[in-house]
Design a protein around this ligand. Sequence first.
Ligand SMILES: *Cc1c(COP(=O)(O)O)cnc(C)c1O
Length: 381
Amino acid sequence: MLKEQLSVFEQHTTPFYAYDLGLLRQTLDLARAEASKYGYHVHYALKANANAPILAEVLERGFGADCVSGNEVRRALEAGFGPEQVVFAGVGKSDAEINFALQSNIFCFNCESVQELEVIQELAATQGKTAQVALRINPNVDAYTHKYITTGLEENKFGINVWELEGLVLRFAEWPNLRLIGLHFHIGSQITDLRAFENLCVRVNEIQRWFEDRGLVFPHLNVGGGLGVDYRAPEENPIADFAAYFKIFDLLLEKRPGQQVHFELGRALVAPSGNLISKVLYLKHGQKTNFVILDAGMTELMRPALYQAYHKIENLSSDLPEKTYDVVGPICESTDCFAKGYILPETKRGDLVAIRTAGAYGEVMVSEYNLRDKVKAIYLS
Ligand SMILES: *Cc1c(COP(=O)(O)O)cnc(C)c1O
């Protein structure tokens, strides 16, 4: 229970992120145990949270690193991940980022367009290197999640479309500095309807057979990440159902002999361990609406403003009878609102509030807008 930490929280200046390293370790241990049942490799998606103490826990458990920028590659290497554990995706890798990753001898570039392959070939040739690449293919599979965090549909910018593959396989002969080692997919995030992963497996099998018909068998399959967490009931379901998730792939994904299967999980590994702790600055009573005005806003946690995300909110200081509030931040934007019509115990100036399940895509998206101070983090072991 977060309330038990109230006296600890009261010693710190708000707002701040509080990470529960105990829960993080439990989560990582369970994910590792379930993945290792099938010999699966898990790469942690750094973009969910790249704080050093979090990366240290991830690294300790032998996970790899999934990066989407040159600086994430650098951060992963600095944190101690070996270059052979680093994969690099992203639709817009700059020449400088590609050059840095080539120099670092990363395991694999997950390539998202034909032109990107041409550029990696050219830069690798200049460096006298061979780049290992996987094709990120857009499988046109619905993730049944919010449209803002769907990535595997034709209308999304991510990946190479299947109709481009025919032309593409013919061109690999022109690219002596690329070694095509695998296929990569990532259909979206916060996926709670696991049928989306079943559909993904079916598509991957079809696409894999298509390549086989053309004499191409790959040593690696990377099926991305996206496993969701329970934002509504973090106490009841603090850890995602890794067992059910990996089992789907074991049952449905057609693995060729010796083929290695890779996953890229971000949110499910770190989201529940993080909470944003904020103080109530003001109460304001409108005609219809009671506002709780916090000292944290969209600059500290952008997900509600960015993609209408829900976070559970808890008043840690009050046990009074409940009332209905709009919970908002101090930033000069109307979208700076964490929740509308939200039921909380009667709330007063000075109460401490926890915005739950904020460990992923929270602190990494912090902005300086309104010249805000950078939010701090504390770690509870
Ligand atoms: C963001 C991302 C992930 C991780 O997604 P989660 O929903 O956090 O698991 C994995 N792979 C790629 C390519 C990504 O961009």
